[in-house]
Ligand binder design. Structure first.
Ligand SMILES: [Zn+2]
Length: 525
């Protein structure tokens, strides 16, 4: 294997003991050496030497929470983000005109909070523009959706249909479903949508991974449903998987995993099993996340759990006892407390497992130190803070001081792993880094120069760590990924400017010149 020497760069290693290097040598997939020792490799037979002309190089970025199949498949869905009610109906009408009758139309990203009055859409409104195409449109939060009458009919949902556990149908005065679907009621309609063939998913993922590389992402932690796993395996088998994937599998397959003896860490450094993804509550936007005290202005609404505490504990015991790490979705402060309580109980059953709480959006301040004490990873998505700020202030009031609290968590010694929750938000890590260090909206600058609850801001190095070594820790790969260090996998990104030397705004303009995964430069479009 010919060694490759990268010289004359500013290598930000992420290693606190030696944060910078000037040169880096690579052999095969791994980093051989830094600095003088790296330069010595230039004299080895056949060595390739590349001059980086002073560019900044950082470890490859990892998105620690996204739904890649969902994103990839949604590239063909209607993008309803930021649309008014009228524009949404218009977009549906246009798509219906293009498709043969009977074909499903899917869309996502609408947000009634942006509409005057904030009233939810109805099946009747959708029927008017798309009477002969089944239609389901998922809200920005993904915890609510709206379907038209044909979709409801195909899903077998009518006047007599009972609400599912942990979910409900919006209803008209006569009791008939009005098209709105909350929490588990969404699945009742999605179950009627024909599943895409694996080949379709493979093709869609192949497109999506190019987009990841283009923004410096060399790895992802995917929390999508099980079909994505088959598709990732096919890509890997065909040597077409260009980014590293740590796969989290849904609760439905726990029994199968346990029967087969599948444990966290199974796989290789390109595709491996992370653990089990479980939902414990809803979301902020739909006001379904479980809180200790009611939502502001809704004295009767404290949200709710989507799984009974006893059941969560039982499931967590079985998973941890079988060597499977838990990744539990918890938005509300009440849910975060519950999940930490559960993880405290099951921790001894599976020593070393990298349990994680997904989102950690609202946290009782006294629970922050528990992440460090219990060695639980706080898996957070910084972009949610500036984008949810208005909603969080409105629905959580003063409690928002402890929302998206990576500052508090970091000070308390918690390990942070950052992601995006794409496709709910963009997976562009520049936006996540900017949000983490400024707590400001990337377009509007809201709420002002100091940012939203500025004590929660992170230094750039800390934010970058959560997107690199922190994510590696969450996947149990911290001894080989997330730092530029001898022995580590050579995943790195070359930037067009030194983001450490510039104001935070420069992050948004930064371009990724080159991306390397496992010692090989990726073709970046
Ligand atoms: Zn998610």
């Amino acid at each position: 294997m010919r060694p490759r020497v990268l010289k004359n760069g500013i290598f930000y290693t992420g290693d606190v003991r030696a944060p910078y290097a000037r040169a880096l040598a690579i052999g095969g997939e791994r980093i051989l050496a830094l600095d003088e020792e790296a330069l010595a490799w230039a004299h080895a037979p056949g060595a390739l030497v590349e001059d980086l002309e002073g560019a900044l190089v950082i470890p490859g970025l990892v998105d620690a929470h996204l739904h890649l199949m969902w994103y990839a498949m949604s590239l063909r869905d209607l993008d309803l983000r930021d649309l008014s009610r009228e524009a949404l109906l218009q977009a549906v009408a246009e798509r219906a005109a293009e498709l043969p009758p009977g074909e499903w139309i899917q869309g996502r990203g609408w947000d009634q909070n942006l509409w005057p009055g904030g009233r939810f859409p109805t099946a009747a409104e959708l029927d008017a523009v798309a009477p002969v195409h089944p239609l389901v449109l998922i809200a920005k939060s993904a915890h609510a959706a709206v379907a038209n009458s044909l979709a409801l009919r195909l899903a077998g949902i009518g006047v007599g249909t009972q609400d599912p556990p942990h979910g409900h149908f919006g209803r008209r005065l006569d009791g008939a479903p009005d098209g709105m679907l909350f929490e588990h009621a969404i699945e009742a309609v999605l179950a009627a949508v024909p599943q895409p063939a694996i080949a379709e998913v493979v093709d869609a993922l192949a497109v999506a991974q190019e987009q990841l590389l283009a923004v410096g992402l060399t790895g992802v932690h995917d929390v999508d449903a099980a079909p994505a796993f088959a598709a990732f395996q096919q890509l890997h088998r065909e040597r077409r998987l260009k980014v590293r994937v740590t796969k989290y599998l849904p609760l439905e397959v726990l029994d199968d995993l346990l029967h087969a003896g599948v444990r966290s860490g199974l796989g290789d450094d390109r595709l491996r099993i992370g653990g089990l993804k479980i939902f414990a509550d809803g979301a902020l936007g739909a006001r379904t996340a479980a809180l200790f005290a009611p939502y502001e202005g809704e004295p009767d609404n404290v949200g709710g759990l989507t799984i009974a505490p006893e059941e969560l504990l039982a499931v967590a015991r079985r998973a941890a006892g079988g060597g499977i790490a838990l990744a539990i979705h918890a938005i509300g402060d009440r849910t975060n407390r519950l999940v930490l309580d559960v993880l405290e109980v099951v921790r001894p059953l599976g020593p070393g497992l990298r349990h994680r709480v997904e989102h950690v959006q609202l946290l009782a301040p006294e629970d922050a130190p528990r992440f460090a004490t219990l060695d639980v990873v706080a898996s957070m998505q910084p972009i949610h803070a500036p984008h949810d700020q208005v909603m969080a202030d409105r629905y959580w009031g003063e409690r928002a001081a402890h929302a998206y609290a990576w500052g508090t968590l970091g000070e308390a010694g918690a390990r942070l792993a950052f992601g995006s929750d794409a496709p709910i938000e963009s997976f562009d890590p520049r936006l996540g880094l900017y949000a983490a260090v400024t707590r400001r909206h990337e377009d509007t600058g809201a709420p002002g120069p100091e940012g939203w609850y500025p004590r929660q801001r992170l230094a750039l190095g800390e934010a970058l760590r959560a997107f690199t070594h922190g994510a590696a820790y969450a996947a149990g790969m911290e001894d080989q990924l997330g730092l530029l260090k001898p022995g580590y996998l050579a995943d790195l990104v070359v930037l067009d400017r030194d983001i450490f030397a510039l104001p935070a705004e420069a992050l948004l303009e930064t371009r990724f010149l080159r991306v390397m995964v496992g010692g090989a430069w990726a073709e970046v479009p």
